[in-house]
Design a protein around this ligand. Structure first.
Ligand SMILES: [Zn+2]
Ligand SMILES: [Zn+2]
Length: 750
């Protein structure tokens, strides 16, 4: 006689909207088990009973064979008495109670859907909104939870008979695919002119004709509108720059497939996996010599940001064109990307000649994510579409729910509850009303979606940041101010699930210090609860304050003062050099590593003025000769009982001397990068002696620099350190909210 067994299984994680219930249904049927499965507010609940061995196999296969888009966080199994179920059923969702189920990220069109898209016999042949349980829009169309069609922007589309049959058939690959639709019942693609008038003809074919003719076409994507031009067309690309008021910041390029991407860039296995993965980020890759890409796409840059199509519309358009397109966010200058149709028509009217659009609303804006592959690792530069809102697991649960408001540039916020940290998608620079609105609405949406009511609100110490002001405007909560660079190191710790303490190296642009100066080249003894400033780059004045950020040559002047043996940078700026030195006398002081890179960039004639944040350092890295092994030396001095001081000025002066002696800028840039890595390592060695700490965490925007990161990690490892770097969130200020949340939770715990 077979023994009967009954278990109740509760599964938490990303298990709704990813085909989990049909997977459970077919698994139970295959094993001849009875019972039922349904979604509840926390995830998926299963009651299953049958032969002992069958139930055991069921429990094993549940985790082993789970659907591709699911991410199981926890499985709870409780044994019980068999209830005498006959057959296995899928029960309706239960929307009552607190909502904790997760929403998955938007996912690129899957291979099964692509096959149907290309099949003339399929009823979704060339239908731009094709999707299934394994792919399609998710986060950007969700209005609330539980994740069901009625809670998405697809609610207004009644399913036709065929779609309804698929949707209700547990054996169909569109079973409970909430956004499923077809040409008979779903959204419609259309092409509009600048005034919004619909143009006739096939929208994709007509858009391709316009692109080939050198026009700018706005294309509605998953998380917002993009602006497209043919990537090889210099006139069109330059026109797009002019209309967008984007002078030099590189544009991303979309290639039809890996083969096309390989014609314009060097794509290794890591890069290929990232490009073709379901998140479809923009991947920064070394440009091929002679690639048919217009100079204005990425001026002064050896890399190209490349992505592959992630919606059926992209696939159709790229196939029609048979060549890569520029696909850059639909906005003017630094505004947030347009995602609402009327707003897009208004804001982009002066930029786009036509709009390739549709009538499925985007509920939440999400930019493209950006990733830079490194040898054996990646650096996330921008975490947005394809990754958000999936939570990051925390090492320890937070005692009370936390909202962390981030900083100012590359803003994100983070909500933490239990062991989950929900970092928002990249919002942009919190400098204008539109971005601030996006930030505040995003917080509300996340609080609703994940049912989190923050009791602690963490913020930067800078009183002028809009994020700080917003945090302090929230009443009835505990406020926690977190120093900028401590938050960076805490972010790296949380990213790695490491509690610290570590030697934290926070190298970035500028952050509010506790001594009234601007920090940014910091060596901290840090854990999640606190930090001590054990060292920093020697302070220099920032002549003219913010003007020194826009004009890196001012930093060269601040470092070199009158020691400039016939350098070109002095000649180029001779008219203002003396004035700037006078300004330096009572300018704000900074220990910023970003400003040190700026000084060398201008010194080498790479950048005297910038048009986007970080440009001087980015182009300096591009210029550096990676084969150069020499390194400049920076003195490290100790004041009694004070922090170690790293003389960044030594590096600038050594570079100036080499330049005056006729050494090439590529070699000098290489020696400078190596010199910074060597100075970091020697400082860490000194701090290991005084603290006994053997782990180093690297964070801050300067570590977006792949060359610097690589050289620093190599030297630190050679010196015997365990090195933590960012994995899931950016080293720049986009990762800061996670660090603030981790600090606030750790202090709350104590
Ligand atoms: Zn699919
Ligand atoms: Zn239909």
């Amino acid at each position: 006689m077979t023994t009967l067994k009954r278990v109740d299984v509760h599964i938490e994680g990303i298990v709704q909207g990813v085909g989990f219930r049909p997977f459970v249904y077919s698994l139970a049927n295959r094993l001849g088990l009875a019972g039922r499965v349904h979604n509840d507010v926390n995830g998926v609940h299963i009651e299953v009973e049958g032969a002992h061995d069958g139930v055991e196999e069921f429990l094993t296969a549940l985790e082993r064979d789970a659907p591709a888009l699911s991410a199981i966080e926890r499985v709870t199994v409780v044994s019980g008495e068999p209830a005498g179920h006959s057959g296995f059923t899928i029960a309706t969702s239960d929307p009552a109670g607190p909502r904790r189920a997760l929403v998955s990220a938007d996912t690129a069109t899957c291979d099964d859907c692509l096959r149907e898209l290309a099949d003339p016999a399929d009823r979704r042949h060339r239908y731009p909104f094709i999707n299934c349980t394994n792919c399609g829009p998710r986060f950007t169309i969700v209005r609330g939870v539980p994740y069901d069609r009625l809670m998405t922007t697809m609610a207004g589309y009644g399913m036709c008979g065929d779609c309804a049959r698929e949707y209700h058939d547990p054996g169909d690959r569109r079973y409970h695919a909430q956004p499923t639709c077809c040409p008979a019942c779903g959204p419609r693609l259309l092409l509009r002119d600048q005034r919004g008038t619909e143009l006739c003809g096939d929208p994709v074919a007509c858009a391709a004709v316009l692109l080939r003719a050198g026009r700018v076409v706005a294309v509605k994507g998953l998380g917002g509108y993009h602006l497209a031009v043919t990537a090889s067309d210099e006139r069109a690309t330059a026109a797009l720059r002019g209309r967008k008021h984007r002078e030099e910041k590189p544009f991303a390029v979309m290639a039809a497939d890996l083969a096309q991407a390989r014609r314009i860039a060097h794509v290794d296995d890591t890069a290929a996996a990232l490009l073709a993965g379901r998140a479809r980020p923009i991947v920064l890759l070394p440009r091929r010599d002679g690639a048919p890409v217009a100079p204005s796409v990425a001026p002064g840059n050896r890399s190209l940001g490349i992505m592959l199509p992630y919606t059926a519309l992209h696939h159709l358009l790229l196939a029609e064109l048979a060549e890569p397109i520029v696909l850059t966010s639909g906005n003017v200058s630094d505004e947030p990307i347009a995602y609402e149709d009327d707003d897009a028509l208004t804001r982009l009217a002066g930029i786009a000649d036509a709009f390739l659009t549709h009538d499925r609303a985007i509920h939440l804006r999400a930019d493209d994510s950006v990733i830079r592959p490194l040898p054996g690792a990646i650096t996330v530069l921008r975490r947005a579409r394809g990754y958000a809102p999936e939570p990051l697991a925390l090492r320890r649960p937070v005692p009370r729910p936390v909202l962390a408001c981030g900083a100012e540039l590359k803003s994100t916020f983070c909500l933490a509850q239990g062991r989950r940290a929900f970092v928002s998608p990249h919002i942009g620079d919190l400098e204008n009303h539109e971005t601030l609105r996006s930030f505040i609405e995003g917080i509300d949406h996340y609080c609703g979606l994940f049912d989190i009511r923050p009791e602690i609100v963490a913020h930067d110490l800078h009183p002028g940041y809009l994020s700080t002001r917003h945090a302090l405007d929230i009443h009835g909560v505990d406020h926690v101010g977190v120093q900028h660079h401590h938050a960076h190191i805490a972010s790296c710790l949380a990213d790695n699930g490491d509690p610290g303490p570590v030697i934290g190296v926070a190298f970035d642009g500028l952050g509010h210090g506790t001594d009234g100066t601007l920090w940014g080249g910091e060596f901290l003894r840090a854990d999640l609860t606190g930090y001590e400033r054990l060292g920093h780059l020697a302070q220099v004045p920032m002549p003219g304050g913010a003007a020194a950020i826009r004009q890196p040559w001012r930093m060269t002047a601040a470092y070199l003062r009158d020691q400039h043996p016939g350098l070109a940078v002095t000649e180029r700026n001779a008219e203002h050099w003396a004035d700037v030195l006078r300004l330096a006398a009572d300018a704000p002081l900074t220990s910023s590593a970003g400003r040190l890179f700026d000084a060398v960039s201008a010194l080498l004639g790479v950048r005297d003025k910038i048009t986007y944040e970080g440009q001087a350092a980015i182009e300096l890295e591009q210029r550096a000769d990676p084969a150069e092994t020499g390194a400049y030396d920076a003195a490290i001095t100790t004041a009694p009982a004070g922090p170690l001081i790293v003389e960044g000025g030594d590096l600038v002066r050594a570079a100036a001397a080499d330049l005056a002696a006729g050494t090439g800028p590529g070699v000098i840039a290489g020696r400078f990068h190596n010199g910074v890595a060597a100075a970091i390592t020697r400082t860490c060695v000194a701090l290991r002696q005084s603290t006994g700490l053997t782990a180093v965490a690297l964070s801050g925007g300067v570590f977006q620099n792949a060359l610097l990161l690589d050289r620093t990690v190599q030297r630190l490892r050679a010196a015997g350190f365990r090195v933590l770097k960012h994995v899931r969130v950016p080293p720049n200020d986009g990762g800061l909210s996670l660090g603030q949340a981790a600090v606030a939770a750790a202090r709350d715990r104590r």
